[in-house]
Structure formats: structure tokens, C-alpha cells
Design a binder for this molecule. Sequence first.
Ligand SMILES: NC(=O)C1=CN([C@@H]2O[C@H](COP(=O)(O)OP(=O)(O)OC[C@H]3O[C@@H](n4cnc5c(N)ncnc54)[C@H](OP(=O)(O)O)[C@@H]3O)[C@@H](O)[C@H]2O)C=CC1
Ligand SMILES: N[C@@H](CC(=O)OP(=O)(O)O)C(=O)O
Length: 376
Amino acid sequence: MQHPTAPIPVGVLGATGTVGQRFVTLLAVHPWFVLHALGASPRSAGRPYAQAVNWKQTTPIPAAVRDVVVRECVPEAFRECTIVFSGLDADVAGDIEAAFRAADLAVFSNAKNFRRDPHVPLIVPLVNTAHLAMIPQQQAQFTPPLARGFIVTNANCSTTGYVVPLHALERAFGPLEAVLVTTLQAISGAGYPGVPSLDIIDNVVPYIAGEEEKIEWETLKILGGLSRADASSPGGAGALAFDMHAAHPLRVSAACNRVPVIDGHTECVSVRFARRPPPSPQQVREALAAFAPDAQALGCPSAPRRTIVVHEEPDRPQPRLDRYYQDGAGVSVGRVRQCAVLDIKFVVLANNVSIGAATSSIINAEVAVLKNVVKY
Ligand SMILES: NC(=O)C1=CN([C@@H]2O[C@H](COP(=O)(O)OP(=O)(O)OC[C@H]3O[C@@H](n4cnc5c(N)ncnc54)[C@H](OP(=O)(O)O)[C@@H]3O)[C@@H](O)[C@H]2O)C=CC1
Ligand SMILES: N[C@@H](CC(=O)OP(=O)(O)O)C(=O)O
């Protein structure tokens, strides 16, 4: 794989938001991508970035972008960019991202709007980068076909964290049959200012609108493969489709809770394997610790050097201690043990604003560059 030899100009849509700020922080020091344009709402457009943004990162605003004037999120203002990363509010992401794709820009989005689109890959970069194979078919939907424009989405932040160990287990032991997941989700997942303090301090809120349905559905698209249709398909013979884990039906049930943690989603997971007898807890621990995703083998600069750390201590992972594992790009697992109802249960901790959002988009783009899906 050929690494880029010249900087690739990129833009950020929604650059003033929670996810957008994380994009700016990561892209300001990226070895291949150079920040060229920042976009936000008409409220922010026309103002220097440092004035428009309500900066909430622990590191200062990167010097190179402090005085950059925020642009409106219209394709003409991002013409010189090869790639745009989107941290847009979902209320506006649909139309804006579609316009950028139609203007032949490569869009890597965090928003939910296109995740269910049958031509848009929903990619967790530590799991299913093979789904980039859908891009030519997505481009062929347009008349004339797009030469460079496409949309790739990443997943909901809770989906992202727990599909990494699920994928590692399927790779080692074959298909899963059933998954139960209970989430303890950080406040930052709701953006800024997010959940009112009087609702979340000294409290747990056992409802996050739409979240359980998203986790249950997205898991099947991500862990499923791509299949080729036969001649009876509306797309015609040879058309690609996401198979939604169809060969081995997988039942997923999610229960989502908001907890008073700033960053880091914790998830309690129980799984049942198709294979009988199932693997032992020790075999599961070894498979998780040994897991190395394709993004790592390809040499993506933002991929974690070790993807899953398996804790032996009985009281780990914890958000405060473990959310910066591999700079937020890795996943922490602990308490791997037998489950009396399904087969195995364990706890997962993933940083919702890093691997759950901006870091995923950036690794997705790195893979797409290395696989020549991004034309530059
Ligand atoms: N927070 C998280 O952990 C995760 C979030 N996501 C998704 O990422 C997206 C961003 O989330 P988050 O950063 O939390 O949201 P925020 O509310 O913090 O930020 C939203 C961004 O969208 C911009 N925006 C709002 N309206 C418009 C408009 N009309 N035109 C152009 N830009 C506009 C805002 O600009 P301005 O400042 O000018 O208003 C801001 O930059 C959402 O779709 C969310 O669901 C995905 C995974 C994890
Ligand atoms: N809903 C998630 C954040 C998120 O990822 O949302 P979406 O699936 O809309 O991107 C949370 O509150 O923690």
C-alpha cells in the first residue's frame, strides 16, 4: 500500500461542535491530512474559529486554526478539499452531506442520516473496512456517475465500542447467535450542552431516544457481509448488498442508560455462540487480546497499535482510568466470565468522542486513501 507523498487537503463540517472539536484537534497533527477549511452554522460562519467555537478540549485550540474564518457548509466553500469530515447536527447533516457528495467530494460522516442507506457503508474501522467495496456502486447511482464523491458513515458510539470485541470473537470462534448489551453512556454523547445538570447529577436516566433501535440494527449491518444479488434482484445480477448477518441470524437486544460520566461509554455484554461447545472464558480472553484489525495491518497512522486490552483486575475497565487507552482509539474489556443464561459475559469501555466518533472517521478515511477509494 502506497502512503500519500503530499498533504491531502481536508475540511471539517460542524467544526465547532463536540465531535468537530475532536476532529480539529486530531487533524491539526495528522501526518497526511492538512486542515484547509472549517464549516459550521450560519451563526458561526464569517467569524474566526477561536471566536466562533466554545472550546471544550483539554488541549488549546491548535494555533494553525485559531484565526481561520469559519465557512458556511456549502460545497463551493470547500472546493479545494479532497475529503470532508462531518460532525454536523443530524437535523441538517442529511441535506448538507448529500450536496457535498453531489459536488464530488468524499464525505466521512458521524451523523446517523445515511447509516441505513443501502449504498452507504456503515464502517467501524477496526471491524468492517471491506464494506468500502460498496463505493463504486454508490457512485454509479448518479447520472453521470460520480468520479470521486461518496459518503461513508461511522456508527453510533455505543455500537462502535462493542462491535469491536464481537467481531474479534466471530473471527476466532465463528458466528454469534445472540447478544444482550446494557449501556452506561457518558454525557458527552449528547453533544454540548447536552443533558441538563439537574437531570444527570446524582442520577441515572434509563432512556436515550432512538439509541436501542440504532444499536440493534447497526450491529447487523456492520457484522454482516456483502453479498452479490442474482438476476431477480431489483439491482440486477451482480449488484452488491449488505447481507445483515443473514447467513447466521443474530438476535441483538440493547438497553441504554445515561450516567453521570463525562467521556467513555461502558457496556455490559452477554453473548451466545453458534458453535457448541462455546469457547471458555480463557479462550475468549486470549482471542480478544490477540485481535489485530486490517486497519492496523495496512499501517493506518491513527489505528491503535493494540486494539483490545483485556483487564484481569476484577474492577476494570472504568471510564476515568481507561478512556484514553491508545489515545482513545482502543477498546478496553474486562470481567470476562461465564454467563448462566447465554455463554460468556464481559464489560467493554470505549471513548465515545474518539473511537466512537472522530477517530473512527479519520481511520476510515486513511483506509480509503490506502485502498485508492479516495482519489487525490
Ligand atoms: N457526541 C458524540 O459522542 C457523538 C456524536 N455523534 C454524531 O455526530 C454529530 C455531531 O455531534 P456533536 O458534536 O455531539 O453535536 P454538537 O451539537 O456539539 O455540534 C453540532 C455542529 O453542527 C453545526 N450546525 C448546527 N446547525 C447547523 C447548520 N444549520 N448548518 C451547518 N452547521 C450546523 C454546529 O455549528 P454551530 O456551533 O455554529 O451551531 C456544530 O458545529 C451528530 O450527528 C451526532 O449524533 C456520533 C458519535 C458520537
Ligand atoms: N446517541 C449517542 C451519540 C451518538 O452517537 O448518536 P448518533 O447515533 O446519532 O450518532 C449518545 O447519546 O451517547
